[in-house]
Design a protein around this ligand. Structure first.
Ligand code: ADP
Ligand code: MG
Length: 727
């Protein structure tokens, strides 16, 4: 790699034009949608009426299939897949690496020398991948390396079409033979069960006898960057770590605010169109696409779905973004902070709960019953987030998100809830109504009697500084990072809300005796609002005043991933997981250790990448530049020219180069000693955070200054102005 390669890459970009999708995009959207999913239509067409009904019920309720049904379903699925060119199937799962895993098996079976395409119910329902190379956080000794995958029937099977064939993918959960979860999906499934149980129980108390099933819903807005692939390959830091470890500020960043919702560049639009097509085929209901705030930053968002499906669909969305980008000569960057000094990327996690009767439990009502239900559910969410802000914070804690949370572009690391003025008024009025015994308040706000004022949706959605905002009929958890698998934050959200729904149900049951259920509800809800009101904050989350105010209110502020991850091991949180059967104490501890280990690995890779760049690319460029400058100065001096200002520049550049080498040496030495650190995963992560991270900053500082001094024709690394603006 050299400065010449950089120049060639830049020239090459000018020649690129939008890439047409093979076969074109001509089909109608309804025909395309779900074409590669073994969905309800396929099932109805290929299964007997009774098998179809039984399967649907398993899918809706997340139950296991009995073996006879599994055989029928497997055969139908295989026939469908083989007709569409599939040769292999795979159990597709989400180990605790944050991505997905697959091991392909062909349908082939030999019988008397003849090859048959077969797929049994057993193979559909259960697989046995070797579990030994996936992180287990100390849960499973390597000699008991076996784990199994089990189909999650709430999420349909789908076909992945690639250049040379198709593969049938079966979304599965991944467990050890001793029953411990080794993946992100299992706790998510367990948490949806807990939420269902407690929500139905509470609805019964509120007089609802129609709803028999409640499930969480999720819509993830996914942000990402695109960079031209020719430039990408000249940035070993991007390739290794997903972010630029150095790079001086460009003359133009995002200050003009001309990118957000701007017209989409033709090459990018062609890419987005193909992404949409691929995702529609996979049944992922993507709906919006647009330019984001930072240059070369974009967003894609789907229509929300049942969480267990939406989580899988977000994983597919990230995969498809990366794969399609390559066909269009781009690299898709999902990292939370690929570039310093401009906005990073997040994943707004829109969360709510739906009933099997088709109602959204966070929809403010326009009948007294619906109104009461909304207020009770709101109280549960407020209590959940206030009591477990620490745990929620832990679900978004990783090295990448540390660059984002708390910077003035993303939600602060302090969790609070934005309710908007109108809803805050309602909550305050309820508190005042009982608390101060004001007659007027009591009349207007007594639950179940009067309806809520209609909340204009848009008025509630304009505070972008809140990490957890009520946006009309759902909560938007905005602190989730763009690379993250969403299973973890949603499993925790479901669990903490299940806990609060259970608390409300318990209290209402206890108190309804004498005073009647409606009075009991009013009393409990009012108490919960009063006790947890401190979590509500409608102001500017970026302001220094909020940090002081939050401290006064006693809200926790976990400033970095390492402090936040430790919350996974807190007694209250482990007990919560155990109480709702979401994680055992052992499983919770293993997840905490994995998170610490991932943090250490991420920083270790960054350290090695920064060292390599600084030593082999930045330093040689600076040294070459020093040679040419000093030669030129010697010549000028020989000719009797004045060189005072130039001498000063030369000395500055030489001093910077010296500082860079000192920083490199300090980083190398510290990294070696931290890497050898034998302490606990927590201590190890602290050492990386406290000793290595500051030295990464110092190496970068010197490299970035040198970038502004060294002869541009000697600089080997694509610069911010090129990576951000050339496509
Ligand atoms: P924006 O936040 O950009 O203004 P919207 O609020 O319309 O956009 O939607 C953002 C995301 O929230 C979309 O993915 C949408 O499908 C999702 N969403 C809407 N309603 C719900 C719900 N009840 N549960 C979960 N997600 C929802
Ligand atoms: Mg939104």
């Amino acid at each position: 790699m050299s400065a010449a390669a950089r120049a060639a890459a830049v020239q090459n970009i000018a020649k690129k034009s939008p890439v047409a999708t093979e076969g074109g995009i001509r089909q109608s959207l309804p025909e395309t949608f779900g074409a590669n999913v073994f969905g309800l239509d396929q099932m109805r067409a290929r299964l007997s009426e009774s098998a179809y009904k039984a399967l649907r019920s398993c899918m809706e309720h997340g139950q296991e299939l009995d073996p006879a049904l599994a055989d029928q379903v497997a055969t139908a699925m295989k026939e469908w897949a083989v007709e569409r060119g599939a040769t292999h199937f795979t159990h597709w799962f989400q180990p605790m690496t944050g991505s997905t895993a697959e091991k392909h098996d062909s349908f082939a079976n030999l019988e008397n020398g003849r090859l048959l395409m077969e797929f049994s119910g057993k193979a559909l329902v259960k697989g046995e991948p070797d579990a030994s190379s996936f992180p287990s956080g100390g849960l499973r000794a390597t000699f008991e390396a076996r784990g199994y995958t089990a189909w999650d029937p709430t999420s349909p099977a789908f076909l992945r079409e690639t250049t040379n064939g198709s593969t049938l993918c079966i979304p599965t959960a991944f467990c050890s033979w001793t029953g411990e979860a080794l993946d992100e999906k299992t706790p998510l499934l367990r948490s949806t069960e807990a939420l269902n149980t407690q929500a139905v129980r509470l609805l019964r108390l509120l007089g609802d006898d129609k709803v028999s099933f409640v499930y969480p819903t999720l819509g993830c807005e996914q942000e990402y960057f695109l960079i031209d692939r020719d430039l990408y390959f000249l940035r070993p830091d991007l390739v290794a770590t997903g972010r630029t470890m150095m790079g001086a500020k460009p003359p133009k960043g995002q200050e003009l605010e001309d990118h957000y919702f701007g017209s989409i560049a033709p090459r990018v639009l062609a890419f987005m169109q193909e992404v949409d097509l691929e995702l529609w085929k996979l049944g992922v209901p993507v709906k919006t696409r647009h330019n984001e705030v930072a240059p070369s930053q974009y967003e894609i968002a789907p229509i929300f779905e049942r969480t267990t499906v939406a989580v899988d669909h977000n994983m597919l969305c990230m995969e498809v973004l990366k794969q399609v980008a390559q066909r269009h000569g781009f690299q898709c960057l999902l990292h939370e902070k690929p570039y310093a000094g401009i906005n990073g990327s997040g994943k707004h996690n829109n969360w709510s709960m739906s009933t099997d009767t088709g109602e959204n439990l966070l929809e403010p009502g326009n009948s007294p019953e619906a109104n009461m239900r909304f207020i009770v559910v709101l109280a549960a969410v407020m209590r959940a987030v206030d009591l477990h802000a620490d745990l929620l914070r832990a679900t978004i804690a990783h090295a990448g998100n540390d660059h984002r949370l708390g910077a003035n572009e993303a939600p602060p690391a302090i969790l609070s809830i934005y309710l908007g003025e109108q809803l805050t008024d309602v909550v305050e009025a309820l508190i005042a109504g009982t608390g101060r015994g004001s007659e007027r308040r009591k009349d207007t706000m007594r639950l179940g009697v009067n309806t809520l004022p209609t909340l204009p949706r848009d008025a509630t959605d304009r505070n972008r500084t809140s990490p957890f905002a009520f946006t009309g009929n759902k909560f938007e958890f905005r602190a989730v990072g763009s690379t993250q698998a969403t299973a973890k934050p949603n499993a925790v959200l479901n669990t903490i809300v299940a806990d609060s729904l259970a608390f409300l149900a318990d209290e209402i049951e206890k108190r309804q005796g004498g005073k009647g259920v409606e009075a009991a509800i009013t009393e409990v809800v009012t108490e919960v609002f009063k006790q947890h009101q401190r979590i509500v904050f409608n102001g500017n989350g970026y302001s220094a005043e909020w940090h002081q105010e939050a401290e006064k209110r006693g809200l926790p502020n976990f400033r970095n991933a390492v402090d936040a991850i430790a919350n996974l091991g807190a007694k209250k949180n482990v007990e919560l997981f155990e109480r709702f059967g979401v994680l055992s104490a052992k499983e919770a501890e293993s997840r905490m250790n994995i998170a610490f280990e991932s943090y250490c690995k991420a920083i270790a890779i960054e350290a090695q990448s920064a060292l390599s760049l600084a030593r082999t690319m930045v330093l040689p460029a600076a040294q070459k530049s020093l040679v040419t400058v000093s030669q030129s100065l010697a010549a000028a001096k020989g000719a009797g020219a004045a060189t005072k200002a130039q001498d000063k520049r030369l000395l500055e550049m030489a001093a910077r180069t010296e500082s860079l080498v000192e920083a490199i040496d300090a980083l190398a030495k510290t990294f070696d000693s931290v890497e050898q650190h034998g302490a606990s995963p927590h201590e190890h992560a602290k050492a990386y955070r406290d000793q290595v991270v500051p030295l990464l900053v110092s190496v970068r500082e010197h490299a970035d200054v040198l970038e502004t001094m060294v002869d541009d024709s000697l600089w080997p690394l694509p610069k911010y102005r090129e990576m951000l603006f050339l496509q």
